[in-house]
Design a protein around this ligand. Structure first.
Ligand SMILES: C[S@@+](CC[C@H](N)C(=O)[O-])C[C@H]1O[C@@H](n2cnc3c(N)ncnc32)[C@H](O)[C@@H]1O
Length: 374
């Protein structure tokens, strides 16, 4: 018996700037009830925008509505990082084999269209839709871990959200195409390390039909619930202009999951777990198997993980022409990482020339480093 019913449109009037949707509210409500140690909220059917949503035993309050995504366009800067790193057993690196056992697609995705300058426009799965799906699956422990902290080192490394430097890297890639340094006929191989939402890697996949792009994230749940859905939302499931509302949100129906998942693997492989041991799993037998381009954003926050990331770049980047782009905040408080210590690490090794190619100076400072073989 429903204890509470909720009319989408009335709440919308109350919070016009945040354009709540029913799925957002269900997702947030599930998280909060789980975090409080109570059972997840149940709701009748899968709601669509504008539906009346009936929640059993749940009271929706303002917080449910105002909990909203950290969107790269808004440039929010308050990340909380849980840096306790004693005796961490990092999850071992392995290939994430895509099939209908490893990835369960829901009946629909809710996504946002993000438009940056240089005509860069890309779709990403809405954070609340990701959280709702996680709550329904047996991957829901990531919700508990991610509730109070943007990342917990060695457990959850932050891939559910889209971090600001991913937007910078997208902007910069757009600029490289605009300048003719990259072009749509490019082939070869690209790797996005610490991909999370994977927007830079997906941008390369979409703009260059001949390129292969592989993706790595620490948490396999991120690959299944964020990376692969975002690839689909920008390829086989890309919404048409008619499907996108005035707030740049679209709801996309999913049919024929097996075929969709097969398409995802045509030009991509996926890897999860720690950077230590990743190069063995990538299985590059010769220089020609290595990557022409390596992309990574917001992955140098933890000073003790930096050598692991750097070693993957060094061992996986094709000689002598490979280029790596590392986008990050200039400084991460509390965990010691940032652009300067990473640059010093690279310079001390003496293999690459490293320089800053992109700067964001407003709000919290961010930079992009380019690494090329000497
Ligand atoms: C803060 S998230 C950034 C996600 C995404 N690149 C973005 O900018 O939105 C950091 C990412 O680094 C990766 N990462 C961090 N530490 C790692 C480790 N020790 N081994 C493998 N991956 C790691 C995780 O995959 C995680 O998604």
């Amino acid at each position: 018996m429903p204890l509470f019913s909720y009319q989408y449109s009335s709440q919308f009037q109350q919070f016009p700037s945040q354009r709540p949707n029913v799925t957002t509210i269900c997702g947030n409500l599930n998280n909060r009830r789980k975090n409080n140690g109570t059972e997840a909220a149940q709701y009748a059917g899968r709601p669509r925008l504008g539906d009346t949503c009936i929640l059993r035993g749940a009271v929706i309050d303002d917080q449910d509505v105002s909990d909203c995504d950290m969107e790269i366009a808004q440039g929010q800067q308050t990340n909380t990082i849980d840096a306790k790193e004693e005796n961490i057993d990092f999850i071992p690196a392995r290939e994430f084999v895509v099939n209908d056992h490893s990835v369960t697609l829901p009946p629909t995705f809710i996504c946002n269209r993000i438009t940056l300058s240089h005509s860069v426009s890309i779709f990403k799965r809405h954070l609340s839709d990701i959280k709702l799906h996680l709550a329904q699956s047996n991957a829901d422990h990531l919700l508990d871990v991610s509730a109070d902290s943007d990342l917990v080192i060695g457990v959850y490394e932050g891939g559910l959200k889209t971090w600001e430097s991913a937007g910078d890297l997208l902007e910069y890639l757009g600029l490289l195409f605009e300048r003719g340094e990259f072009n749509v006929e490019m082939g070869g191989k690209c790797l996005e390390l610490g991909c999370g939402s994977s927007l830079p890697g997906i941008y390369m996949l979409v703009r260059c039909p001949l390129i292969r792009v592989d993706f790595q994230d620490y948490n396999e749940q991120v690959i299944g619930h964020v990376t692969i859905p975002n690839i689909l939302l920008n390829t086989a499931l890309a919404p048409s202009d008619n499907d996108i509302d005035k707030d740049n949100i679209a709801e996309v129906d999913i049919t024929d999951s097996i075929n969709l998942l097969a398409k995802v693997t045509e030009r991509s492989r996926f890897f999860s777990g720690d950077w230590t041991g990743l190069t063995d799993v990538l299985d590059m037998k010769s220089n020609s198997d290595k990557y022409d381009i390596i992309l990574t954003s917001e992955t140098i926050y933890n000073i003790s993980s930096m050598p692991k990331l750097y070693n993957v770049i060094k061992e996986s980047l094709k000689r002598p022409t490979g280029i790596a782009y590392v986008a990050a905040k200039t400084m991460y408080f509390g965990v010691g990482g940032g652009v300067l210590p990473f640059k010093q690490l690279v310079e001390a090794d003496g293999i690459f020339n490293v320089k800053v190619v992109f700067n964001v100076t407003n709000n919290v400072k961010r930079e992009i480093l380019e690494l090329r073989y000497k």
